[in-house]
Unconditional design. Structure first.
Length: 116
């Protein structure tokens, strides 16, 4: 069930790597952001067979061991969450792809790609 985790961890990693990619060049930064968005959409697409089968998968792990009130981090994969993950990730990818040309030459693009 690694795809469910990678579906939301990939954009976070992409955002954190954006300032590093910017030092390698503006094209590397721009296309790198789009590639991370595409990867997230592809990971979301890999969840579709689970939704078609009607399975529900729930994984959680202890994150912060607070006595009396432990905090967990986890993922829930059910048909609705798979549909939403695909809609959001594919529309986000298309927005990122469109932004390549639309935002070309604008000041502050590293910050823009980081926040996207």
């Amino acid at each position: 069930m690694m795809e469910a985790w990678l579906c939301w961890l990939t954009p976070i990693c992409g955002a954190l790597l954006t300032p590093i990619l910017a030092r390698l060049g503006h094209k590397v930064r721009d296309y790198g952001a789009v590639v991370f968005s595409l990867l997230a959409a592809l990971f979301a697409s890999r969840l579709i067979p689970i939704a078609v089968e009607g399975k529900i998968i729930w994984e959680r792990y202890g994150w912060m061991p607070i006595p009396g009130a432990p905090v967990y981090v986890g993922v829930l994969v059910d048909p609705l969450s798979v549909i939403m993950a695909n809609v959001v990730s594919w529309i986000s990818f298309l927005i990122m792809l469109y932004s390549l040309e639309y935002m070309h030459g604008e000041p502050g693009l590293t910050r823009y790609w980081f926040l996207m």
